[in-house]
Design a protein around this ligand. Structure first.
Ligand code: CU
Length: 169
């Protein structure tokens, strides 16, 4: 345990020493309890989907983290003036013409039931006024269904799926 701690501390020290001094100072001073003047640009880091759920059932669990950006369900012009900066995510799958918004701050996007083959998911940081200010695309391939996977089983999802309720009112 002490060795692991030492290794982590050394790695963190090395990483921090590569930062420009001003960025290091700004990060050290940042707190959600105080507004930030000249807040550094927001940054988004997106990991590839976790391999096991992707291969086992076509579920993409994509972890992400943000810097200089808080994910909150706040919207509109007054929310845009909040400091430190806050907003939400836009998520787009396979270049479809629509996206969904996520303000849950769960550190992961989960998309289930993807068919085998190539896919891409675009995750964007959006202001409370829905202006995109950063984004990253993750490309991945869902492997073909395994031979021991039985179509129609509960895990397959097809058998338990039902028609959505009529919402035309
Ligand atoms: Cu939006």
């Amino acid at each position: 345990m002490p060795n692991n701690f030492l290794r982590a501390a050394v790695a963190a020290g090395l990483a921090l020493s590569a930062w420009p001094a001003a960025a290091h100072e700004a990060a050290r001073e940042a707190t959600p309890f105080l507004p930030i003047e000249n807040e550094p640009a927001p940054r988004l880091h997106v990991d590839p989907p976790l391999a096991q759920p992707l291969a086992a059932r076509g579920t993409a669990i994509i972890r992400y983290r943000v810097e200089n950006f808080r994910i909150l369900p706040i919207f509109g012009a007054s929310a845009a003036a909040v400091s430190p900066r806050a907003g939400h995510l836009h998520v787009t799958i396979d270049d479809l013409p629509w996206h969904w918004a996520d303000a849950g701050n769960t550190d992961a996007i989960v998309v289930a039931g993807l068919p085998a083959g190539p896919h891409k998911i675009l995750i964007e940081l959006a202001t409370p006024g829905h202006r995109v200010i950063a984004g990253e695309t993750v490309d991945f391939i869902v492997p073909p269904a395994r031979a021991d996977h039985h179509p129609g089983s509960r895990e397959d999802g097809a058998a338990s799926r039902s028609a959505p309720p009529n919402t035309k009112d």
